[in-house]
Design a protein around this ligand. Structure first.
Ligand SMILES: CC(=O)NCCS(=O)(=O)O
Length: 364
């Protein structure tokens, strides 16, 4: 696409020039300095039922058991083998209460990563923002291939780009509520043709809008760099792109540094998750929070403090405090003190929680 048509920039044609230098929340545009401490990857309402993992032999009763104290540890270890646990959208009251606690704990903003395929609900997000005073940034675009509709699969890159640009510039899902970030854009491993089209459309939309992007990579250590390659070839801006879920994707420190050199934000977003057997890749050991903090300290020592962002990626019910989980304030209440006790300075903590998300979320 040419940069200028009849003297207008592409941004001006799309009516987007007013976004430059701002952050777009579900309640409208914001001055980036108002964001405060930001969780860059959460879900407040979504449906993860498509990821149900049938319980192992002997676990059938737990899989059907109600949410009660006796079953909570089993749920923590087998979160995806309990259908009702995957229906986070049923917990609006609990989520609202938690957002109030998040604000009291010093939180400012949540980036809500629910995209098409896992039941984004923008009116609910707007209501939660109004009720709690927490800034909520909603995600545009598409989740992984398994959730693509037949209609999505048939669309061209240009058609997908139009949808994504509209979700940011005019509103999504038949509402006037505008998304402020592209993602989480879902990919599996290997990346499918439909996912590659969505990645290319994401890059095209990003180059038109100057907006932030966030990616869900497949569960293979080479997936993040392959995604960066596809985005770059399509004109994406990697310096304004977050690579999510690195805690379950790249384990080897040399490989991590190789990936970090590519220039994306590095997201550790499964804080609070503790499970022995990660059912989507039984070959890995899911780190615990202490190990996540060690990896942050390593990346900081290697010079990447300007590129780190963190979150909990809450997407199942058992992680809510209502059910004995860690909730949306765990990082603020527990992980920050741990970071400080492991040699990460307050200034570096503030970069990770305030400055880096602010830079990322601000439209160019
Ligand atoms: C909602 C979502 O995609 N969460 C990521 C779960 S994963 O197990 O880290 O892939």
């Amino acid at each position: 696409m040419p940069d200028r048509t009849f003297g207008l920039t592409v941004k001006e044609i799309a009516g987007m020039s007013d976004l430059s230098g701002k952050v777009q929340t579900v309640l409208g545009l914001m001055d980036p300095d108002q964001l405060g401490r930001t969780m860059t990857h959460e879900h407040l309402t979504m449906n993860f039922e498509y990821c149900f993992v049938p319980p192992a032999p002997g676990h059938e009763d737990n899989s059907l058991a109600p949410f009660q104290l006796e079953n909570m540890h089993w749920l923590q270890q087998h979160a995806y083998s309990h259908r009702e646990n995957l229906l986070l959208y049923q917990e609006l009251e609990a989520v609202r209460d938690e957002l109030v606690c998040f604000k009291k704990a010093g939180g400012g903003t949540i980036v809500e990563n629910t995209t098409t395929g896992i039941t984004r609900d923008l009116p609910v997000l707007r209501q939660l923002a109004k009720d709690t005073g927490v800034n909520i940034v909603a995600g545009a675009g598409y989740y992984v291939d398994d959730t693509h509709s037949d209609e999505t699969r048939k669309m061209t890159v240009e058609e997908l780009t139009d949808v994504i640009v509209t979700e940011v510039s005019h509103g999504a899902d038949g509402t006037d509520i505008r998304c402020g970030v592209l993602g989480e854009i879902g990919t599996g491993w290997p990346i499918t043709e439909s996912e590659k089209k969505v990645l290319r459309a994401t890059a095209h939309a990003q180059s038109q809008l100057g907006c932030p992007v966030i990616i869900h990579p497949g569960r293979n250590p080479t997936a993040p760099s392959e995604i960066v390659r596809v985005l770059q070839e399509a004109g994406g801006d990697i310096s304004k792109t977050v690579m999510s879920h690195l805690d379950r994707t790249i384990f080897d420190h040399d490989e991590l540094l190789e990936f970090a050199k590519l220039g994306s934000y590095l997201e550790y977003d499964l804080f609070g998750t503790e499970m022995l057997d990660y059912p989507f890749n039984l070959g890995i050991d899911m780190p615990n929070d202490s190990q996540r903090v060690q990896t942050l300290a390593f990346l900081i020592k290697e010079g990447y403090e300007d590129r780190i962002v963190i979150a909990h990626d809450i997407h199942t019910k058992n992680r809510l405090t209502k059910y004995g989980g860690h909730g949306y304030s765990h990082i603020l209440n527990n992980i920050v003190p741990k970071m400080l006790s492991r040699g990460i300075s307050q200034k570096q903590v503030d970069k990770i929680l305030i400055d880096n998300p602010k830079q990322w979320l601000t439209f160019k």
